[in-house]
Design a protein around this ligand. Sequence first.
Ligand SMILES: [Mg+2]
Length: 391
Amino acid sequence: MTDSTGRPALPPMKITRVVAAPLFGESPKGGWSAEIRPEDSIHALIAVHTDSGLVGHGSVFTDGRLVEAALDVLKPLYEGENALEPERVSEKLHQNTFWMGRGGTLTHAISGIDIALWDILGKATGLSVGRLLGGAHRARVRPYCSLLMEEPDEMERVIEPYRAQGFTAFKIGWGPFGRRDDYKLDEAIIRAARKAVGPRAKLMVDPGASDAYWPQGLKWAIRTAKMLADYEVGWFEEALKPDAIDDFRQLREVSPVPIAGGEVLTRRQSFIPWLVKGALDIVQPDVTKVGGISEQRRIAWMAQDFGVKYIGHGWNTALGLAADLQLSSAFPDCDLVEYIGGSPYVDGILATPFSLDAEGFLAIPDKPGLGVELDRDKVARYTPDAGALFA
Ligand SMILES: [Mg+2]
């Protein structure tokens, strides 16, 4: 097989197996009402192996036991497929599992497979995923450091180490904010955080209303949004329960700060009503849950056409962040990526860890595929069979 210039075309690369490596032991605190325990796995790495010996890596934000079960169910659909066709193969997995939990575990697991397939396509063609997505709008992007909220007098202690590392944008979330029915406490947390990050840093706020039994409603969110504007907050995220779409629309209408959300939505189709109703200023799909890069790309373009900004939520591991970096290069207004502060699954699994430049930006790797390399020994600290991820 040759192309029009006589060069040999790439022959198909068959998927031989897909494996998951659940990560345990050092999951950072989630701020959830049922807090994550060391023995809980809420993130898993994925490896797609091919008959060429090339391996692609991906990541899933879900309990490793669910991911392993999903891989078993999906096996007859991916085995022997051409790993060089991420969008077609992922869509085949979605279309053929319509009846078995679409949007849930299967969609999450397909996300990891899809990310790994894009990694393989990039490695096989010598192009970064960002270039494969249509071209690179930027070579670096500003990460915002996500940290949990604490009592006001603790916010400086929480923020300072990351400010010292060079972060120039922050998001604080969860913790006591909105959960004590105390506006004065909420404002004191924000005041302390603004003081700690300094007047010029970006500061975003995420009460985390997708947590179990979130106690507040629309009136709290409207009043709080007005308070946040006084502290130059960049966006107000998950301010309402995740299905309260009409309340989100009303909040967006009156809020002086941009309204963000969408991290718990999966499948591109779920985003349509949110965009059509005008419920969000900023949409935050999670590439490790929503269906992978193929799905996230479509959501991000759809958002563009609705005048809604796209910022990814793929912070679950270094591979989720690597996928978000590549996606950010492919979208003109995606000027931030989420970077969870203090997670060994982000900072401690790559051969060359991420590092900020002097202005607090992350370089987007212009290397084949995701452009990052897992370190086998480092990964082995967090999962029993790290070797299965490698050729
Ligand atoms: Mg959030």
